[in-house]
Design a protein around this ligand. Structure first.
Ligand code: IMP
Length: 198
């Protein structure tokens, strides 16, 4: 089997690298952290797509090694909050627990609870030229209380559509088959497979 195609992932979060490599298991691709001191791009885009592109281009600029660079930007969009916290999901409050509390509080008194997760992906080359983009979503509802211990972020309060479970009650494998990130990444990897002939 040919050597794995290495793609630098524009993140400093090794959990994200692990999750993405799990999803990419059946492909001849390995995602690695950028080769630089720290990765702190200015995520000042106004959409998930813009932020994914900013991060992918920044990875190509700062990483000392690598031919291809990918980044994801993701978040939770709640209908009652007009799509919020959206691109601000990671900064909605200071800790994951406080973010969940703030969300449940915003929806108290049985507000409209429909929501979806979004993941935008951008792949570029070492000159920072965009090669391909993908987007994945998963629909659901915000629960009334936390349930489940798996996953991260808003998973304990996100009831997955057509499953009687929160995202945090799914196994890692179950989450990866239906999550916004899993869906976007599968499409990206199919594109890579065809275009890079791996
Ligand atoms: P990013 O790392 O800038 O893309 O920030 C994404 C933020 O959105 C995370 O910090 C989480 O709060 C939230 N988020 C994104 N994907 C997920 C997920 O799969 N489960 C739970 N929360 C998520």
């Amino acid at each position: 089997m040919a050597a794995k195609l290495k793609i630098v992932l524009g993140t400093s979060n090794s959990h994200k690298v692990h999750e993405i490599n799990e999803i990419a298991r059946e492909y001849n691709v390995e995602f690695i952290l950028p080769d630089c001191g720290g990765f702190n791009p200015d995520e000042n885009g106004s959409t998930f797509e813009e932020n994914a592109e900013i991060k992918a281009k920044e990875a190509s600029r700062v990483s000392k090694t690598g031919e291809y660079f990918m980044a994801d930007d993701s978040g939770l969009c709640v209908d009652y909050l007009n799509g919020g916290p959206g691109i601000h999901s990671a900064r909605y409050d200071t800790t994951p627990e406080k973010r969940i509390e703030k969300l449940l509080d915003a929806l108290k008194d049985d507000k409209k609870r429909t929501a979806h997760f979004v993941c935008a992906l951008c792949l570029c080359d070492k000159e920072g030229k965009v090669l391909h983009k993908e987007k994945g979503t998963v629909e659901g509802k915000i629960s009334y209380s936390k349930k489940g211990l798996n996953g991260f972020g808003y998973d304990p309060v996100f009831l997955v559509e057509d499953k009687n479970k929160t995202m945090a009650e799914l196994t890692e494998e179950e989450k990866n088959t239906l999550s916004h990130r899993g869906r976007a990444l599968k499409c990206m990897l199919e594109w890579v497979k065809v275009n890079f002939k791996i």
